[in-house]
Write a protein that binds this ligand. Structure first.
Ligand code: HDD
Length: 715
């Protein structure tokens, strides 16, 4: 019998990760004392063994060699795409409504399934900033009773390319230039726009990137999409075609471009921190999982849309999303490397009742995800890494290989065998094996896609025309910025010609910004009905405010009763209050009001709303007083308000966030040039009432009426 201690070290987290319940303590962290990797207790880990105090180091020092050897090999290759990510544990609770369409138990029955989710950017390296303009990955591993099911999606429902064979091309074009390795985590460069302007099929995904979807406010407020069409089978053997959607309970929200840039500098870990902080604060992020269900017809088309074309979406107005369950993320990983870095996803990890389709992008992915782990995780046994292990019993015949942790028993890891009594047995129908749906296949060998993949631009026009004017302005500004960072005129002109095909006004705005003439449209584009569901700005918005952050500005002379009242009201609403002052420590020297942020350590991006209880004057002889003075040629300070507070309020104002001022803070409002009655600006005498109004305003995320139409927009 193998010694039980020879099992692989288990991952145990204090936060109740799925492994916690059944886990033994990690073998690498047992006992009280520091040891070598093989358990010998150590007396000194700070000095290498030398021949005399000033002498050379001795080769015999095993501890030195082991410590340095291990350190030298601590890094593994980052993911070739989606290298930068953040993960969380959680649970998926099925509504049990999926039984009509699938036998997959985690969807068909009212049960709970543990999950691990990894969110990511696509282009940047592991250490790049979170808030860059990019697609976001949204990969979910369901540890179901029937094996692991991975839904490896994005926050954008369409993809750049139709055939996976082009994936290396689009990624090479989008990654930093190979000569200087710049720019990092950016699509604003010549090779990216060269590729997408040469591929009209990439225009749909690119337009989504240029919209506010490319700069999400947080992972918590992103939609997720399975992108491809999948095939489900129910208990009667009937099949249907579906597209998966994750709907964030907190609503879909994005940053403004200025916020994204501020965050990239002031807090490059913005999204990672936001996710972890929300979970720690108990404001557990949640999403409802839903499907658009389409008939499994022979042509695999729906309302003229080829369901195998991953550059197309199906408008929700044509096929509403049916909800199947809710996912709640309730625990942070204990160890980033062990969990978030080593987790591996694969769209080929399926369970009975869910199958793939012939989408040529999906087909290539089925090879890529299993293959890439060999390099990244160093061998074929990556499914044994704790975060990747199934919670269902595993009885495979995969043997040996690098990093083999299992001590397999038996003598006959082959089938059929008579030596191990024929075990493991093949699964009979009644025991629910995974069986591929049997679909007829015929045709000649060709390197081609169907003619129904040819319309590349009508959905781009549909997306653009489904946005509100504010969102359209942001799209125009994004194209102008990105193409402004390209130096090859043919690239810019080619892209402008595609924009001219999609929408003349959009092309005009961007061309004006670039100082280029508006070209002829690259092609003629069919009109498609707009899909209002694609816009983030709705007439009625009343999203929950849990986990939102409200800054409470006060100085040492502020009415502390109002500060305390404001904090209590913010907490009561399920949000987090941060008291902001000019200095750290306590407000007014009183021990009962702790200052969470100073004007030096925070920027506006940290707050969803602001409540100014009082203004803050610049301290005499401070750098802030100097800055205030420098702004006025008379040399007399031009403001009684600390310019860092004016900057904070000015940014919140520009980003159309809600701001409340109590009477003592009116000087701050005046210094920022804010007029009474402006949308999203609250003037109240009482902190309680002010918070109540802020909660209402936060339901809509921003004061949308405050956005000016872009000055570059001729309309
Ligand atoms: Fe991919 C990672 C999502 C097309 C090849 N992809 C990866 C991740 C996500 C996606 C979320 C990160 C998973 C994680 O957190 O570990 N990828 C998508 C979506 C696609 C898509 C939604 C289109 C609909 N991907 C795609 C194609 C290929 C790949 C066409 C190759 C033919 N993707 C990979 C990869 C990665 C990956 C190279 C990098 C690391 C990994 O798989 O494990 O294999």
């Amino acid at each position: 019998m193998p010694n039980p201690d020879q099992r692989a070290p288990e991952t145990v987290t204090a936060t109740g990760c799925p492994f916690g319940a059944s886990a033994v303590a990690p073998r690498s962290q047992q006992g009280e004392f520091l040891t070598t990797a093989t358990g010998t207790r150590l007396r000194d880990s700070d000095h290498s063994l030398k021949a005399g105090r000033r002498g050379p180091t001795l080769l015999q020092d095993h501890h030195l060699r082991e410590k340095i050897m291990h350190f030298d090999h601590e890094r593994i290759p980052e993911r070739v795409v989606h290298a930068r990510g953040a993960g969380a544990h959680g649970v998926f609770t099925s509504y049990g409504t999926g039984a009509k369409i699938t036998t997959a138990r985690f969807l068909a029955e009212k049960i709970e399934t543990p999950v691990f989710v990894r969110f990511s950017t696509v282009l940047g390296s592991r250490g790049s900033a979170d808030t860059v303009r990019d697609t976001r990955g949204f990969a979910t591993k369901f540890y179901t009773e029937e094996g692991n099911y991975d839904l490896v999606g994005n926050n954008i429902p369409v993809f750049f390319i139709q055939d996976g064979i082009k994936f290396p091309d689009v990624v090479h074009a989008a990654k930093p230039h190979p000569d200087r390795e710049i720019p990092q985590a950016q699509s604003a460069h010549d090779t990216f726009w060269d590729f997408v302007s040469l591929h009209t099929e990439a225009q749909a995904h690119t337009m989504w990137n240029m919209s506010d979807r490319g700069i999400p406010a947080s992972f918590r407020t992103m939609e997720g999409f399975g992108v491809h069409t999948f095939r489900l089978t129910n208990a009667d053997g009937e099949t249907c075609l579906v597209k998966f959607h994750w709907k964030p309970v907190a609503g879909v929200h994005s940053m403004t471009w200025e916020e994204a840039q501020l965050a990239a500098g002031a807090d490059p870990d913005f999204h990672r921190r936001d996710l972890a902080d929300a979970i720690e604060a108990g404001a557990f992020p949640s999403w409802e999982l839903g499907v658009q269900v389409m008939p499994d017809t022979q042509d695999e088309m729906f309302e003229g849309i080829d369901l195998l074309d991953p550059t197309k979406l199906v408008p929700e107005e044509l096929c509403p999303v049916q909800l199947l369950g809710k996912m709640t993320l309730n625990a942070n990983p204990t160890n980033y490397f062990a969990e978030t870095e080593q987790v591996m996803f694969n769209p080929g990890h399926l369970v009975p009742g869910i199958d793939v389709t012939n989408d040529p992008l999906l087909q290539a992915r089925l090879f890529s995800y299993v293959d890439t782990q060999l390099t990244r995780l160093g061998g074929p046994n990556f499914a044994q890494i704790p975060i990747n292990r199934a919670h269902a019993p595993v009885n495979d015949m995969l043997r040996d290989g690098f990093h083999q942790h299992a001590v397999h028993t038996g003598q006959a890891p082959y089938r059929p065998n008579s030596i191990d009594a024929g075990n493991p047995a093949e699964t009979p129908e009644a025991q629910r094996p995974f069986v591929e749906v049997s679909t007829p296949v015929s045709g000649e060998k060709v390197r081609a896609v169907p003619a129904t993949f040819d319309d590349h631009l009508s959905q781009v026009r549909m997306f653009y025309r489904s946005l509100t004017p504010v969102e359209q302005d942001h799209v125009a500004a994004a194209y102008t910025f990105e193409l402004g960072k390209c130096y090859e005129n043919p690239v810019r002109e080619r892209q402008l010609a595609h924009l001219a095909a999609v929408d003349t006004d959009l092309a005009k705005t961007v061309a004006t910004g670039l100082g280029l003439p508006v070209p002829e449209p690259s092609t003629k584009v069919a009109d498609v009905e707009p899909s209002p569901a694609l816009s983030q700005v709705k007439a009625e918005m009343n999203f929950p405010v849990d986990g939102r952050i409200v800054g409470i500005v006060a100085d040492d002379d502020a009415d502390l009763a109002q500060v305390k009242k404001a904090s209590a009201a913010v907490e009561k609403a399920g949000m987090t209050p941060f008291v902001v002052a000019a200095h750290g420590g306590h407000l007014g020297g009183k021990k009962d009001v702790v200052i969470d942020r100073t004007l030096l350590t925070t920027r506006s991006i940290e707050f969803d709303a602001l409540l100014a209880v009082s203004a803050i004057a610049p301290a005499p002889d401070s750098a802030a007083a100097f800055d205030a003075k420098a702004g006025d040629p008379s040399g007399v300070p031009n403001s009684a308000v600390d310019p860092r507070l004016t900057l904070l309020i000015g940014e919140m104002y520009r980003h159309c966030k809600a701001i409340a001022f109590l009477p003592e803070a009116e000087a701050a409002m005046a210094a920022a040039g804010i007029e009474a009655g402006t949308p999203g600006i609250v003037q109240e005498k009482d902190a309680d009432k002010a918070v109540g109004t802020l909660v209402d305003l936060l339901g809509a995320h921003r004061a949308w009426d405050r956005f000016p139409r872009s000055s570059a927009d001729p309309r």
